[in-house]
Each structure stands twice: as structure tokens, then as C-alpha cells.
Design a protein around this ligand. Structure first.
Ligand code: T5A
Length: 224
């Protein structure tokens, strides 16, 4: 990295199914682009060739096809590839990285949702990721029925087959929603919870207020 080149910012979006992360990441990327801030968008599981191969193992098939411990290990193998091949190099060259899900998803889905020991997940995390952390995490919070309903109708039209987690029972989704809120309560300096049960435009506005305040972007022109 050039000595005067500033490291980019790492912003993660989290939440249950159909919370609107993909929609909001695209809109935030457009706003940052308009400010001439170099930006990449990526997602987990995935975001690097090996990680994309692991993604295809995880997001399709029977809901019980993986032992939850195996699932954690697969997710962290994918995360390691993603970090080394995509996220760190982008940050080092000064790009901002907008990431659809990261480690909080593993704690929420596999920890709170599947009941895997949170200490085990923290241990794996510390070994694989170390002290690397997002600069900001936005948790899009939405009632389970609304989020899953959105995801199901979106998948029916465009992404059939990638619905293994959406098909898990409602109590699983309720546990992971509570999990995300609990994770947020434990890291208020990093995480902001955003009410995602509003129109896309209202959520976009809240996301922008949060990001621009956190990184002091209001001094620059705010795009319409
Ligand atoms: N997983 C992942 C784990 O279990 N552990 C982990 O550690 C990680 C990293 C990934 C799956 O993997 C699991 C969690 C996931 O189940 P995915 O297909 O990437 O699978 O699924 P999601 O990340 O959940 O992504 P989705 O695409 O389902 O949801 P999004 O991105 O939150 O929502 P989005 O923007 O695609 O919107 C869904 C639909 O709703 C509409 C959109 O147009 C779209 O049709 N929409 C709205 N409608 C009304 N009002 C709004 N405000 C709307 N915003 C969007």
C-alpha cells in the first residue's frame, strides 16, 4: 500500500432472510461511486473462486445435509479465501468493501439458530480471522414472516435452488433474529440496527445517514 494511500473501509450488511441487504448494498455503492470513492461489493458465503465453490455446497439441498459443526468449518474456510483473496487486497488498495454477510451471520445462524457452541465459533473465528473486524456493520432487522416472504418470492422468480436456509422452520428464523439483536447489543460501537420493515427508499435514507455520519461524508456533497 502506498504510504499516503488511505486504507478503504469495510462495511458489512447483516440480517435474516429477505431483509433487503442486496438492494441496499447496490444503492450505497452507487452513492459512494458518486463521491468518487472506489467501492467493491461482495457477499458471503462466496466472493472468491474457492469460496464460491463452497457456497454452492452450502446454500442448496436438504436443510439437514450438513452437521452444524461441519457447516461452521465450511463457512470459515470460505471466509478465509474471501478475506485473503478479495477483501484485504481491496482495502489495501484503498477501495471500500461492501459485504453482504460476514462473521456475525455465522454467530447468528449457526450459533443462535442451530445452537452450536458460541465459544467454539469464537475459537474458530480467532484462528481464521484474528482481530480483523468490519469498520461498520448494519443489521437490517425485519419480522421473520415479512423477510422470508420477500426472499421466497424473489427466489421463485430469479434464484431457484439457493433456498436451503429459507426452508428452515420459523423458530429457527426467530432465534437468529434475536441472535442478531443480541450481537448488536454487545458491540454498539461497530453495529447499527436498522428497521428494514419500510419502503426501500426509507431504508436507503437511514443507511446513508448512518454511513455518512460514521465516516464523516456529510462534508462532501450528498447525492440526491
Ligand atoms: N449463512 C451465511 C449462514 O448460515 N452462515 C453464514 O455465516 C453466512 C455467511 C446465504 C445463506 O447462507 C446463510 C444465510 C443465508 O441463508 P443468500 O442467498 O445470499 O444465502 O441469502 P441472503 O443473504 O439471505 O440474501 P437474500 O437475497 O435472501 O436477502 P437480502 O439480500 O437481504 O434481500 P434482497 O435485497 O435480495 O431483497 C429480497 C426481495 O425483497 C425485495 C427485493 O426486491 C427482493 O425481491 N425488497 C423489498 N421489498 C419491500 N420493501 C423493501 N424495503 C425491500 N427491500 C428489498
Amino acid at each position: 500500500m502506498n504510504a499516503i494511500q488511505q486504507r478503504g473501509k469495510f462495511i458489512t450488511f447483516e440480517g435474516g432472510e429477505g431483509a433487503g441487504k442486496t438492494t441496499q448494498i447496490a444503492r450505497l455503492a452507487d452513492r459512494l461511486d458518486a463521491l468518487d470513492i472506489p467501492t467493491i461489493t461482495t457477499r458471503e458465503p462466496g466472493g472468491a473462486p474457492g469460496a464460491d465453490s463452497i457456497r454452492s455446497l452450502l446454500v442448496s439441498g436438504a436443510t439437514d445435509k450438513w452437521d452444524p459443526v461441519s457447516e461452521v468449518l465450511l463457512l470459515y474456510a470460505a471466509r478465509r479465501e474471501h478475506l485473503n483473496q478479495t477483501i484485504r487486497p481491496a482495502l489495501d488498495r484503498g477501495a471500500w468493501v461492501l459485504c453482504d454477510r460476514f462473521a456475525d451471520s455465522t454467530m447468528a445462524y449457526q450459533g443462535y439458530g442451530h445452537g452450536i457452541s458460541r465459544d467454539f465459533i469464537r475459537t474458530v473465528h480467532d484462528e481464521v480471522v484474528g482481530t480483523f473486524n468490519p469498520d461498520l456493520t448494519l443489521i437490517l432487522d425485519i419480522p421473520v414472516d415479512i423477510g422470508v416472504g420477500r426472499a421466497v418470492s424473489r427466489n421463485t422468480s430469479t434464484r431457484s435452488g439457493e433456498d436451503r436456509f429459507e426452508r428452515m422452520d420459523k423458530s429457527f428464523h426467530e432465534r437468529l433474529r434475536e441472535g442478531f439483536l443480541d450481537i448488536a447489543a454487545g458491540a454498539p460501537e461497530r453495529i447499527t440496527v436498522i428497521d428494514a420493515d419500510s419502503s426501500p427508499e426509507v431504508v436507503t435514507s437511514t443507511v446513508w445517514q448512518t454511513v455518512s455520519a460514521k465516516f464523516d461524508l456529510n462534508a462532501q456533497a450528498t447525492p440526491a
